[in-house]
Ligand binder design. Structure first.
Ligand SMILES: [Zn+2]
Length: 133
Protein backbone atom coordinates (compact mmCIF):
# COMPACT_ATOMS: atom_id res chain seq x y z
CA UNK A 1 0.00 0.00 0.00
CA UNK A 2 1.30 3.44 -0.87
CA UNK A 3 0.03 6.77 0.40
CA UNK A 4 1.06 10.34 -0.04
CA UNK A 5 2.87 11.88 2.88
CA UNK A 6 4.85 15.01 3.67
CA UNK A 7 8.47 15.32 4.72
CA UNK A 8 10.58 18.25 5.75
CA UNK A 9 13.89 18.53 3.91
CA UNK A 10 16.66 16.95 5.97
CA UNK A 11 14.22 15.26 8.36
CA UNK A 12 13.68 11.50 8.54
CA UNK A 13 10.02 11.65 9.63
CA UNK A 14 6.98 11.66 7.39
CA UNK A 15 3.59 13.20 8.16
CA UNK A 16 0.15 12.20 6.97
CA UNK A 17 -1.06 15.78 6.79
CA UNK A 18 0.80 18.92 5.76
CA UNK A 19 -0.82 20.71 8.71
CA UNK A 20 0.55 18.40 11.44
CA UNK A 21 1.64 20.40 14.50
CA UNK A 22 4.89 18.44 14.79
CA UNK A 23 5.71 19.34 11.19
CA UNK A 24 5.08 22.99 12.00
CA UNK A 25 7.33 22.83 15.06
CA UNK A 26 10.13 21.09 13.15
CA UNK A 27 9.86 23.70 10.44
CA UNK A 28 10.52 26.48 12.95
CA UNK A 29 13.96 24.98 13.59
CA UNK A 30 15.03 23.94 10.12
CA UNK A 31 13.12 26.42 7.91
CA UNK A 32 13.20 23.66 5.30
CA UNK A 33 10.73 23.04 2.52
CA UNK A 34 7.96 20.46 2.72
CA UNK A 35 8.11 17.81 0.02
CA UNK A 36 5.36 15.40 -0.96
CA UNK A 37 6.51 11.78 -0.97
CA UNK A 38 4.94 8.39 -1.43
CA UNK A 39 5.13 6.26 1.68
CA UNK A 40 6.70 2.92 0.88
CA UNK A 41 9.18 4.33 -1.59
CA UNK A 42 11.25 6.17 1.01
CA UNK A 43 12.93 5.01 4.20
CA UNK A 44 11.24 7.67 6.29
CA UNK A 45 9.71 6.87 9.69
CA UNK A 46 6.11 7.85 10.44
CA UNK A 47 5.51 10.86 12.68
CA UNK A 48 3.99 9.97 16.05
CA UNK A 49 1.56 12.87 16.15
CA UNK A 50 -0.39 12.35 12.93
CA UNK A 51 0.03 8.57 12.67
CA UNK A 52 -3.13 6.72 11.60
CA UNK A 53 -3.24 4.41 14.63
CA UNK A 54 -2.25 6.47 17.67
CA UNK A 55 -0.09 4.78 20.25
CA UNK A 56 0.03 5.33 24.00
CA UNK A 57 3.60 4.22 24.51
CA UNK A 58 6.72 5.76 23.01
CA UNK A 59 10.47 5.23 23.25
CA UNK A 60 12.20 8.61 23.44
CA UNK A 61 14.80 9.20 20.70
CA UNK A 62 16.56 12.25 19.31
CA UNK A 63 14.36 11.90 16.21
CA UNK A 64 10.94 11.89 17.89
CA UNK A 65 11.67 14.43 20.63
CA UNK A 66 9.73 17.19 18.89
CA UNK A 67 6.75 14.92 18.33
CA UNK A 68 6.69 13.76 21.95
CA UNK A 69 6.79 17.38 23.02
CA UNK A 70 3.46 17.77 21.20
CA UNK A 71 1.99 14.50 22.46
CA UNK A 72 2.98 14.50 26.12
CA UNK A 73 1.01 17.42 27.53
CA UNK A 74 3.10 18.62 30.46
CA UNK A 75 6.61 18.28 29.03
CA UNK A 76 9.71 20.18 27.96
CA UNK A 77 13.01 19.24 26.39
CA UNK A 78 15.69 18.17 28.89
CA UNK A 79 19.17 19.55 28.24
CA UNK A 80 22.57 18.48 29.57
CA UNK A 81 25.90 20.29 29.31
CA UNK A 82 27.55 19.41 25.99
CA UNK A 83 30.87 17.55 26.05
CA UNK A 84 33.94 19.72 25.40
CA UNK A 85 34.61 20.50 21.75
CA UNK A 86 30.97 21.09 20.83
CA UNK A 87 29.97 24.40 19.33
CA UNK A 88 26.93 24.53 21.60
CA UNK A 89 26.97 24.58 25.40
CA UNK A 90 23.99 22.28 25.94
CA UNK A 91 22.54 19.31 24.10
CA UNK A 92 19.06 17.79 24.32
CA UNK A 93 19.23 14.42 26.06
CA UNK A 94 15.59 13.60 26.70
CA UNK A 95 12.23 14.92 27.77
CA UNK A 96 11.19 16.23 31.17
CA UNK A 97 7.63 15.22 31.99
CA UNK A 98 6.43 17.90 34.37
CA UNK A 99 4.56 17.12 37.58
CA UNK A 100 0.89 16.51 36.76
CA UNK A 101 -2.16 14.69 38.13
CA UNK A 102 -0.33 13.45 41.22
CA UNK A 103 2.66 12.26 39.17
CA UNK A 104 6.09 13.65 40.08
CA UNK A 105 8.28 15.40 37.54
CA UNK A 106 10.26 12.75 35.64
CA UNK A 107 13.15 12.80 33.22
CA UNK A 108 12.84 10.43 30.24
CA UNK A 109 16.29 9.91 28.73
CA UNK A 110 16.81 8.74 25.15
CA UNK A 111 15.90 5.04 25.15
CA UNK A 112 13.39 5.37 28.00
CA UNK A 113 9.68 4.71 27.47
CA UNK A 114 6.83 7.14 28.15
CA UNK A 115 3.41 5.56 28.59
CA UNK A 116 0.08 7.36 28.66
CA UNK A 117 -2.28 5.86 31.21
CA UNK A 118 -5.99 6.32 31.75
CA UNK A 119 -6.89 9.72 33.07
CA UNK A 120 -4.09 11.39 31.13
CA UNK A 121 -1.21 10.44 33.39
CA UNK A 122 2.21 9.87 31.86
CA UNK A 123 4.53 7.23 33.32
CA UNK A 124 8.26 7.17 32.52
CA UNK A 125 9.82 3.73 32.37
CA UNK A 126 13.61 3.80 32.34
CA UNK A 127 15.43 1.57 29.89
CA UNK A 128 16.39 -1.85 31.23
CA UNK A 129 20.13 -1.10 31.20
CA UNK A 130 19.52 1.62 33.78
CA UNK A 131 20.25 0.56 37.37
CA UNK A 132 17.85 2.11 39.84
CA UNK A 133 19.03 2.64 43.39
ZN1 LIG B 1 3.09 14.58 11.86
Amino acid sequence: MTTTAYVLDGNARYHHTATCTALDTARLFTRGDITEVTVGTTDHTPCLVCVAAPSAEWVVTADNLGELLELVGPSKVHYAPAPPGHYVSVLADGLTVMAHKGQPRAWARFGDTIRRERGGRYIVQHAATETEA
